[in-house]
Design a protein around this ligand. Structure first.
Ligand SMILES: [Zn+2]
Length: 283
């Protein structure tokens, strides 16, 4: 298994490991539910304050950097129930809105063809293939979106090993409130992977680069400057995945053999209504 986009190798140098694998796994084992962590003040010193800080975007309108503390050691904190609700990569209290133009940040977790067997449950409503939300960019001339990516690890043979990637789209507008209004507000603010089928522009990232709306942080430069072209330098064309919302889940072995067909001891990746198998470990 493992199907890696060509940009994955370029993104690896950013990885910051701030825990020892044993210490980290022990920390995870103390909490069965990710939601626990957000309320647990005990873990501030042992977990939250040890998270690495990453550059996520630079505002195309004023140049201000958008940085966030995020846990790239594992997928544990990247499920739908634990994120920063479109304002940040994690619920870390230091993650704040960077400038007056910030509209929101969207995360697409791509498993790179790997099955996250280290987890029991992992829901991703936005899907794994990054798409653009046209409403957020076209309501006025002064808008832009910045793409970036970070590797995410799991512990394999006692070491943090990069297996997954998060593609990040950070939206900016002269008037974020007008952008929110145009985008529908709240959770509907962003478009999910599967909308690429409804409007071909949505999944055509080079189209938005060509239009001058989609920028990216240059992975080839250690200072990660903002790049806006040429389109031939854009590193994120042609990203593949399940192409829609997905949920990874482990289930107990079914009682009836005819239900066994889609069951696997290491879990299965379903569509979000969990009535269709999108991927599973090879037998
Ligand atoms: Zn700004």
């Amino acid at each position: 298994m493992g199907k890696y986009h060509s940009s994955f190798q370029q993104t690896l140098w950013q990885l910051q490991i701030t825990f020892a694998p044993d210490e980290y796994l022990e920390l995870l084992a103390r909490h069965s539910q990710p939601g626990d962590w957000l309320n647990s003040r005990v873990e501030i010193a042992s977990y939250w304050d040890k998270l690495p800080r990453y550059l996520i975007a630079r505002c195309p309108l004023c140049g201000v950097r958008f940085t966030n503390r995020a846990d790239t050691h594992s997928l544990f904190m990247w499920g739908d129930s634990t994120g920063g609700r479109g304002r940040a990569l994690s619920a870390h209290p230091e993650n704040t809105v960077p400038c007056a133009h910030f509209v929101g940040v969207q995360k697409f977790i791509n498993l790179n063809g790997n099955i996250p067997m280290e987890l029991d449950y992992f829901p991703q409503a936005w899907g794994d293939v990054p798409v653009i939300t046209p409403e957020l960019l076209l309501h006025t001339a002064q808008t832009g979106v910045v793409m970036h990516s970070l590797p995410i690890c799991r512990v394999e043979r006692g070491a943090f090993t990069p297996k997954y990637v998060v593609y990040l789209l950070t939206y900016y507008a002269e008037s974020p409130s007008a952008a929110h209004k145009a985008g529908g507000g709240g959770w509907t603010l962003f478009t999910a992977s599967q909308h690429a089928g409804h409007d071909p522009r949505v999944g055509d990232l080079p189209y938005w680069v060509e239009l001058g709306k989609l920028h990216w942080l240059d992975l080839d430069d250690p200072t990660l400057p903002l790049k806006s072209g040429p389109t031939s330098d854009f590193p994120y064309a042609g990203i593949q995945g399940v192409g829609g919302s997905y949920t990874y889940r482990k289930r107990p072995k079914p009682r009836w053999q005819w239900l066994d067909r889609s069951w696997h001891p290491d879990g299965v990746i379903y569509n979000s209504s969990e009535n269709e198998v999108l991927a599973r470990p090879s037998w």
